[in-house]
Design a protein. Structure first.
Length: 272
């Protein structure tokens, strides 16, 4: 990373916006600039430069010099950084005060809730497609070692499934496992095949089989998301279950691995 970019990132970490950081670094280089000059030097849009400069002046990180044409200069870096650190400390103190108040308010509720148990509190029943898609993204985000999926239409998540791609890359980098089973019908669907290729590049292993009983996601042999299609043919209705139950997840994982062992890679499936 270039030194200037490191400085920009450091100033952003101390509370400045990226435009403010770039303008302050530009102001440091000279005694003074006009607004137009510093916009050009910092590569900040002209229509934004006055707001950015006003923000720096209000924060006491820059000084405006009045004249026929107003110019602006930077406050000395040691003073500017001291002021930025002071702002961060004040913000932290406010957050600590809020945290203390929230702890006092929430702790009694939490303690009261420990006495309440629901024999099925590990199961969440989902019927809204948007909520099902959100839980699908959640279970992929939570996977830390292994992500196993039965992929069959209809799909409720966006075709790109960006959370899934991120999870596949993250798990592969960490030495985890990402496996997906598709039906042979997927080989005739160009959109699904493009998705399979994208996920393969991200680190997912894919195999194909004749039929899958339902849509299923298993994360870390602990979390499960599965659909329960309406048994009445033609209704198109479905209910999804989100389950946090390691014993059940472990059983379903064994079922997945059994189907996986008998399934084919894409090359083998296309040779059929």
């Amino acid at each position: 990373m270039e030194p200037e970019q490191e400085s920009v990132n450091g100033l952003v970490a101390l509370g400045l916006s990226r435009y403010e950081a770039r303008v302050y670094l530009a102001l440091v280089r000279r005694d003074s600039y006009t607004a137009a000059e510093v916009a050009r030097e910092a590569e900040v849009p002209r229509q934004r430069i006055y707001d950015v400069l006003d923000g720096l002046v209000r924060a006491q990180l820059a000084v405006a010099h009045q004249g026929r044409v107003a110019t602006f200069g930077a406050v000395a870096p040691e003073l500017a950084l001291t002021r930025l650190m002071a702002r961060q400390r004040e913000a932290l103190e406010r957050l600590e005060h809020v945290s203390t108040g929230l702890t006092a308010a929430l702790l009694p509720l939490w303690e009261a809730g420990r006495s309440h148990t629901d024999p099925l509190d590990y199961i969440e029943v989902l019927r809204d497609p948007r909520t099902i898609a959100e839980r699908f993204a959640d279970i992929q985000d939570q996977a830390g070692r292994e992500l196993l999926t039965f992929c069959r239409p209809p799909f409720v998540a966006p075709a790109a499934n960006l959370p899934g791609l991120r999870a596949a890359r993250r798990l592969r980098r960490g030495g985890g496992t990402v496996r997906a089973l598709y039906t042979y019908d997927a080989l005739r669907d160009e959109e699904v095949l493009e998705n399979v290729a994208r996920f393969g590049e991200a680190g997912e292993e894919a195999r194909f089989t004749e039929e899958l009983p339902l849509k299923l996601v298993i994360a870390d042999a602990a979390l499960v998301l599965c659909d329960m299609p309406d048994p009445v043919a033609g209704t198109g209705a479905t209910t999804a279950l989100y389950i946090e139950h390691p014993a059940l997840a472990a059983c379903l994982r064994l079922a997945f691995l059994t189907v996986w062992e008998g399934a084919e890679t894409m090359r083998g499936a296309r040779a059929q």
